[in-house]
Design a binder for this molecule. Structure first.
Ligand SMILES: Nc1ncnc2c1ncn2[C@@H]1O[C@H](COP(=O)(O)OP(=O)(O)OP(=O)(O)O)[C@@H](O)[C@H]1O
Ligand SMILES: [Mg+2]
Length: 233
């Protein structure tokens, strides 16, 4: 029996409605530190899962493995029925299937809000006029059409995070991974960002996984899993 093909083809047409994520017995250590001790769970197509746990529990490690920023020592992860590719082979997977939102927005400081949102569209070869149209549409969706020419330093922390969400959505990912997206925000701005992520999931039909210790996240999720010391509780 042959193994299912890994995500590879840049030309693959994405299906709508999100993708399933299956994590099986995943372990990861960094030298002497065991970050994940054999974690298994499944996320359904279009589901919003919150991963909760104290600092150091392994939440970021887990999201990074699903997003192929790093690879597990053992265990398997499949997304949409296919094993995730190794980080080196994952360019198409990261550009087309998965969107990332990090705790610190990681916007490029010398680019305007609009240009930041356009960056992933450049990578996938979308032509200039269409890039402009799509990026403005996304910035409108996150309520920032009047800030398109602002540099990150000219935006509030919540606005920067909303630009980062627009950027993560640029290539219409079927899986959105958000690592502490409200970590740098006060409760009002945080609530706005979470509401936006939840509505985006509803509107675009993607699978959404948020790792956070913000208690406001589980309140909005379909389901919560607790990660403690590298193990699911
Ligand atoms: N690149 C790395 N090198 C060495 N150790 C690491 C590395 N990344 C994470 N760790 C360790 O792995 C463990 C899990 O880290 P991780 O960042 O996944 O936790 P977390 O749950 O996201 O914590 P936080 O809530 O503080 O973001 C921690 O003990 C951390 O020190
Ligand atoms: Mg973390």
């Amino acid at each position: 029996m042959s193994a299912p093909a890994a995500h590879a083809g840049a030309g693959e047409a994405p299906a709508s409605g999100g993708v399933t994520v299956v994590v099986e017995n995943v372990a990861k250590r960094y030298g002497a530190v065991v970050a994940l001790r054999g974690v298994s769970f499944t996320v359904a197509e279009g589901e919003f899962l919150a991963i909760r746990g104290p600092s150091g529990a392994g939440k970021s490690t887990l999201l990074n493995l699903i997003g192929t920023l790093d690879r597990p020592d053992s265990g398997t992860i499949s997304v949409g029925g296919k094993p995730v590719p190794s980080p080196r082979e994952a360019v198409a997977y990261r550009r087309r299937l998965v969107g990332f939102v990090f705790q610190d927005h990681l916007l490029l400081p010398y680019l305007t809000a609009q240009s930041n949102v356009e960056t992933p569209l450049l990578a996938t070869g979308v032509e200039r006029h269409e890039r402009g149209r799509r990026s403005r549409e996304l910035l409108a969706e996150v309520g920032l059409l009047d800030r398109v020419r602002h540099l990150p330093a000219e935006l509030s922390a919540g606005e920067r995070q909303r630009v980062a969400i627009a950027r993560a959505l640029a290539n219409a990912p079927q899986l959105l991974l958000a690592d502490e997206p409200t970590g740098a925000l006060d409760s009002v701005a945080g609530d706005r960002v979470l509401g936006l992520l939840a509505r985006t999931r509803d509107r675009h039909g993607m699978t959404l996984i948020i790792a956070s210790h913000d208690p406001a996240v589980p309140a909005r999720a379909d389901r919560v899993v607790d990660l403690v010391d590298g193990l699911l509780g």
